[in-house]
Design a protein around this ligand. Structure first.
Ligand SMILES: CC(C)(COP(=O)(O)OP(=O)(O)OC[C@H]1O[C@@H](n2cnc3c(N)ncnc32)[C@H](O)[C@@H]1OP(=O)(O)O)[C@@H](O)C(=O)NCCC(=O)NCCS
Length: 163
């Protein structure tokens, strides 16, 4: 039975590998050989913050039989807006409800706030459908910068009080 828990420093390597494989599937064509550098820059801050009890940065993992099969990161920005930065699960768990549980656990960490937002690339259709299913609505659109070339990123937001 999968268990959701806070990420610890000893999970760093396994979570990095999970993110790397997932990002390679989603963005590999766009980011190409810069993937490792991009991943390092995306994960540096959160991995450094692990174990520091920073209440504004919440990293969760899902573990099953000693293996990490999913991970999420959410944070509060300087304007006190909560963001789901990412949720990734192994492909063999797609459609099993595991991501639903991980998202619910992530949202629960931000209870008491009014809204939570997520930024998703517009061509990530599965992810868009996933967040829509969980009550997120599109509240903004922007073109992303250098990393992804000319790709549209959507901001999706939902009320937290309805979870
Ligand atoms: C995003 C993610 C966490 C969602 O978990 P999941 O288990 O795949 O999600 P679910 O199956 O519960 O929900 C996805 C929905 O999209 C639907 N779907 C699947 N492929 C689709 C497509 N190409 N277009 C539209 N909808 C699609 C599914 O039918 C499902 O809807 P349903 O539950 O009503 O049937 C998971 O797919 C993942 O880890 N993806 C890789 C990382 C990623 O993109 N993360 C999000 C950005 S940070």
């Amino acid at each position: 039975m999968p268990q959701i828990r806070s990420m610890t420093p000893k999970d760093t390597q396994e979570v990095s590998a999970l993110y790397r494989a997932s990002w390679e599937r989603i963005y590999g064509d766009v980011v190409g050989n810069q993937l490792d550098a991009v991943i390092a820059s995306w994960t540096l801050e959160e991995f450094q913050a692990l174990g520091s009890d920073n209440p504004d940065l919440i990293a969760l993992v899902v573990e099953e039989s000693g293996k990490i099969v999913g991970a999420s990161l959410s944070r509060m920005d300087e304007r006190h807006q909560a963001w789901v930065d990412r949720i990734h699960i192994l492909p063999e768990y797609f459609g099993t409800g595991l991501a639903d549980d991980l998202l619910r656990a992530t949202l629960a960490k931000h209870s008491g706030l009014q809204t939570i937002a997520v930024r998703v690339l517009s061509d990530n259709e599965r992810s868009l459908a996933f967040y829509e299913k969980h009550g997120f609505k599109i509240t903004g659109r922007e073109q992303t910068g250098d990393t992804f070339g000319e790709v549209e990123a959507l901001t999706m937001t939902r009320m937290l009080s309805r979870s």
